[in-house]
Design a protein around this ligand. Sequence first.
Ligand code: GYZ
Length: 473
Amino acid sequence: IILLFSFLLAVPAVQAQKKVLPAELEVELKYGADRLGKRQDPAMQKFRENRLGAFIHWGLYAIPGGEWNNKTYHGAAEWLKAWAKVPTMDWLELMKQWNPQQFDAKKWAKMAKEMGVKYVKITTKHHEGFCLWPSKYTEYTVANTPYKKDILGELVKAYNAVGIDVHFYFSVLDWSHPDWRSSIKTQEDSIAFQRFLTFTDNQLKELATRYPTVKDFWFDGTWDASIKQNGWWTAHVERMLKEMLPGVTINSRLRADDYGKRHFDSNGHLMGDYESAYERRLPDPVKDLHVTKWDWEACMTIPENQWGYHKDWSLSYVKNPTEVLARIVHAVSMGGNMVVNFGPQPDGDFRPEEKKIADFIGKWMKKNSECIYGCDYAGWEKQDWGYYTRKSNQVYMVVFNPPYSGQLTVKTPKGITITTAKTLTGEQTQVTETTRNEYNVSLPKNMPQEPFVIKLEVKDAQKTQDKYREALT
Ligand SMILES: C[C@@H]1O/C(=N\OC(=O)Nc2ccccc2)[C@@H](O)[C@H](O)[C@@H]1O
């Protein structure tokens, strides 16, 4: 007891779920983390090195676009059924209008390729229960709409054809299914919910069988008590999919352990392959450095909170392209991935604002993607002018806020020295050591009119190159 008490007093104040108990104090778990530490297999390395992805939220909710019975709802458009309290059968009537005549999977793939994303996460089924693939386990699918065709299959083929990995978003929560329960109160609830879990297993096996090139499952809709009381099932799903699709990655949001703990199990170990709690927010570059110890992926909306198509984007702040770019770089600078969301129109085309963002990011990535793909946390002290990313002995300074002094302050970890510095567009910059482990890197003479990158070659005086890499990962 004294040992435990003294240990808990000693542990630095880190967020609850991050507290890892010493092994001897861990609790026995049947459905906790299957693995400790970062996965190092090729599939996970590809996931990590991809760094930049796009989210596609597309479903029946795109048709009303945030408006119901002539009333506009300001909440997330993909949740309109809930905001407007639409009865399930009335909502699913929207299937009769599903006929996206402008949908062209090859055009979507071209747009993603030109944006520079390495993967796309597609909503196979959102909370509404409508499936973008012709599932044989429910009638609420594209097959039973005027459009008829397998949208998911067309997208998987088109993205893969241009070298883009496909990830599946899957909502366990399913408003269309009579056996869904948010909590288990009665024996009837329990019997119905077990039927629901079997239905969900069947849909997941169907997705893994029909689309075996899928690289990841991003589960959502798992916050309810009914799932937290069935942590065994979440562990089963992870194991089932990894058996069917060796190398597939699974997000932490699927998982609950024996005691209903989510994302991180009761011993503080991350479940799944990467943390997926950073949604429309990012870890603090100074206070939240613990996230660099595991893999994580953030996702973001361009407006304040619209994942599905909303007719009226004037209802909330819409990020400008540079603000979107800053979030992408921020995530990579802390060893994470960033997924930028797109909510296609009901006709299957994208809104102009989203095309503009994709175009801006793509143009910037054409010049600067070296500081994104395959890069990681540098382990250097954050500075006001922007973010560091690192790949082996190259450290990239991604400058968003050039200082009036004309000098970019760089503080290197002990033993690390800078040998060269030049912008990715090839201009030399002066590097002046101002004191031990501190340098001024001068701004380039002709300043770019957008965020720019200075590439530093660094040397580790005390260790070999390899040790340097080990020390920082
Ligand atoms: C990506 C988003 O994911 C969701 N929900 O996410 C969460 O519940 N996020 C969350 C909740 C608690 C903590 C951290 C993230 C969905 O409801 C939403 O429509 C969208 O698909």
